[in-house]
Write a protein that binds this ligand. Sequence first.
Ligand code: ADP
Length: 182
Amino acid sequence: METNTTGYTRLELILGNIAHQPDADAVVNAANAQLRTGGGVAGAIHRAAGPGLENECRPLAPIQPGQAVITGAHNLPNKYVIHCLGPVYGHDKPEDELLADCYRNALRLAEKNRVKSIAFPAISTGVFGYPIREAASIAIETIMKTIPELKEVKLIRMVLFAEKDLEIFREAYKKVSKPDTP
Ligand code: ADP
């Protein structure tokens, strides 16, 4: 699905794998605090990037919930990886603000580095346990609110790993773009 949003930045919602986005300048990692490999998104990104990514990450760790840091992409077909530490649901508080910080900080870092296209996974919705409906609303709202600040970033892609997650993000998008429709 492709949707036009305010200004000239496009938001896309797709089904896919975050490690297979060759046309995105930057991919976002749903990182852990130590910026090490792991399961889910972090595992897929580090496996595809190779050990050079962990080496580059080492001096940048640990990061705090809501924070984003940027590195090269090593063997991934992108220019950059932007690593975000999402909140662990029920533990890092306030989780809604920390999750919004991830998206906002990643987009600002992308803008600063003149990234034209960026792909995000659904941060915190795996091992970190954030309910996907709530996480989808926060992700979409924060992206839409941040778009007016962006001049360099022309494409923001949400890459969902399951059809049902894509459907939830589509619904969240409809609610944010047409808040008065029941
Ligand atoms: P977190 O620790 O932030 O919860 P996870 O990596 O465990 O991060 O999961 C975040 C979301 O990414 C989940 O919805 C999960 O299904 C999804 N996911 C897992 N692997 C991939 C992948 N290779 N590409 C895109 N999304 C993925």
